[in-house]
Design a protein around this ligand. Structure first.
Ligand code: UDP
Length: 243
């Protein structure tokens, strides 16, 4: 096979070109980073697991009518995706208090929220992804009023689906990050992009409260790879609960 052109290498994934200008290959690495790249490490088979988890969640969302950039998984670590221009606004959807929300507002982690909360962050490594408002998004032209309204509404629909799905496998979906993009083929069309995985979600076991996500890496809680494997097992993507 011909050498592929690498278009972009991020902290956890690499994007490659294909023969079709509107289709890319997204490759999932085992590399793990936290605190904007300050903490670095690797999680055994994370790339394989996150590829499969993202495939499953994107497929579930697509089936209920959410437009996604995912096309098909083509190997253990790779999936074909539609090429997009990423909107430089990350959404965090929260069902319970955790992480930066607990810190910023002085609340206990795990406190339930009476309704989901959507937050916006400006996607910028040099600025450490600052929290922003809808006004910032419009004034600086990161997305139009109509685009961000659609994105926010779609994030809440995604939340309904994912909350129910994770509950059915005994997992509390505490919070997670979403990214959206404009299709290169038709920039008027927005789709859900990037990944949805234990790297980008907080997932707590409903019975024990055990964290089954990247917080095990961020906070040195141990059993990091095992936790990712457990999520994949409960989703029916692995044959055994062990590694
Ligand atoms: N998150 C992410 N990428 C980011 C920032 C946050 O995937 O660049 C996810 C994170 O895994 C968590 C949720 O978004 O599930 C909320 O993260 P938070 O704002 O609490 O930040 P943290 O304290 O995790 O840095």
């Amino acid at each position: 096979m011909a050498e592929r052109t690498k278009l972009y290498e991020g902290k956890a994934k690499v994007l490659f070109a294909t023969d079709d200008p509107h289709v890319l290959v997204q490759y999932f690495k085992d590399d793990a980073t936290a605190f904007n790249g300050v903490k670095k490490g690797s999680i055994h088979d994370k790339g394989v697991i996150n590829n499969k988890i993202t495939e499953r969640l994107m497929t579930i969302l697509s089936a209920v009518g959410i437009p996604v950039h995912f096309l098909e998984r083509i190997s253990e670590r790779e999936q074909k995706i539609r090429r997009v221009e990423i909107v430089p606004v990350e959404l965090v959807v929260r069902n319970r208090v955790a992480g930066s929300m607990a810190k910023r507002l002085g609340r206990e982690e795990g406190e339930p929220l009476s309704r989901p909360v959507v937050e916006f962050y400006y996607k910028s490594d040099p600025l450490d992804d600052p929290l922003i408002t809808l006004d910032h998004i419009e004034v600086f032209g990161w997305a139009s009023t109509a685009e961000i309204a659609w994105i926010q509404q779609t994030a809440l629909r995604i939340n309904d689906v994912l909350l129910g799905y994770f509950a059915s496998i005994g997992i509390h979906l505490i919070d997670y990050k979403l990214e959206f993009g404009r299709l290169s083929q038709n920039p008027a069309t927005l789709v859900l992009a990037d990944e949805i995985s234990p790297d980008t979600c907080r997932l707590w076991d409903m019975k024990t409260g055990k964290r089954l996500d990247k917080d095990r890496f961020r906070r040195d809680l141990g059993d990091v790879a095992e936790a990712y494997h457990e999520v994949a097992f409960r989703m029916g993507l692995m044959n055994s609960p062990g590694m």
